[in-house]
Design a protein around this ligand. Sequence first.
Ligand SMILES: Cc1cc2nc3c(=O)[nH]c(=O)nc-3n(C[C@H](O)[C@H](O)[C@H](O)COP(=O)(O)O)c2cc1C
Length: 442
Amino acid sequence: MAASELIHLAADLSHYHTDYLWKMPGSWQGYPYYSSPEFYEDIARTAARGVMDMLFFGDSGGTPEDYGGNHHAAVRYGTKWPRHDMMPMIPCMSRVAEGIGFGITMSTTYHHPFHIARVFNGLDHVTKGRIAWNAVTSRSKNEAANYGYKKMIEHDVRYERAQEHLQICCLLWDSIEPDAIVLDRESGIFGDPAKVHLLNFEGEYYSVRGPLPALPSPQRRPVIIQAGQSGPGMDLAAHYADLQFSTRRTIASMKAHRAELDTRLAKFGRGPGECGILWSVRIQVAGSEGEARAMEEHYLDSIPPEAGLIELSSMYGLDFSRFRRDMRLADVAAEVKAQNVHWGSFEEILKTTDPNLTVEQFGRRFMTERILVAGGTPKQIVDKLEQWHFETGANGGFMLARGFSAPGNLQEFVDHVVPELQRRGLSKKKYAGATLRENLRK
Ligand SMILES: Cc1cc2nc3c(=O)[nH]c(=O)nc-3n(C[C@H](O)[C@H](O)[C@H](O)COP(=O)(O)O)c2cc1C
């Protein structure tokens, strides 16, 4: 996707209102963020001011019940909860901020391909070609139960279904040729039936007749994002994605990830330029690296001591309250693996952290260090971004993760880090194309 070597910039707005941010200095207070699109409109304007490529919303329809076996921690502390459907915010944001694109998550496991193809066609029209779909297979047990499953569909089967699902979506988006609409008032011809195609798709999991009853949208199909790190997840990305979203934490593992994706892209007849990677990074602007670390300690001291274990539980679908606090990371690895929920990211932690850390020690660090971290002056931050970008193939960019305040963290990034990126010619100064896909290519 990233045909240029520019650093592409996105911001992850998942859990932007919860997960302890609501009580931190620099965050809004008492703001009715969900019933008030103005909050997200302001964020979109800020991101567009920084000529960022995309605002991104993760999603799950689940309430975490992993820690302690119930929903109490999630509700008591507001961790990963509540989680509204953010799709209605997208048309609001796109109307007030030009250039910026919007990524939204929908599950291939719980939503029918016909519905998804139709919804993203509509969003692409409304945003004038600035929509992206994060295609996830969904890993939350509570979400599975909300959609009527007594037992979650098994990991690899979810990915098999996803392959078929995306195939159908793409066929539906291609089922109307761009010049199918004639609108000839004299002859009274609206469209050319020869340019609108039935699918008659009969697969293992889905049956769809087609065509999509819609006009072709500006991008024809949304920019497709995929974030799985397992073999089947990487294959899904290699087959269909324009962008991958990854949480690797060291240059060595970022390089290995890039190389693996390139090998899998070749398997599907695609080249590295067709799928960029956005590396998740937490950025903290401060007077020095030491000051950034002090801010991090302040954040960690102000959240409940069990916050890290709650977070680990919901991430890996396992109750970390059950483990003795002095158990080592390496001791719990087998149980995490058995869940097959995000195992790739836990494996990454084992490879890049001291596996002798206790679960309790690691829990605290997990809150701030599970992804790349760049803190300090804008120059120090951009030095790191530049090094990571060019050492891993300069093919994609970064997804700004939540910091310790919202929207303060994004504002600081746009006001202080983006100008340094632009000064060095590393990120763009204006939007080059009309659509998100065009902007990602330039
Ligand atoms: C950075 C990142 C963001 C993700 N966002 C979501 C999300 O919003 N919703 C979701 O259900 N899963 C999300 N996932 C989970 C993945 O889509 C995938 O289900 C998970 O990594 C397990 O698949 P894997 O075994 O292929 O890694 C995300 C994963 C990563 C690494």
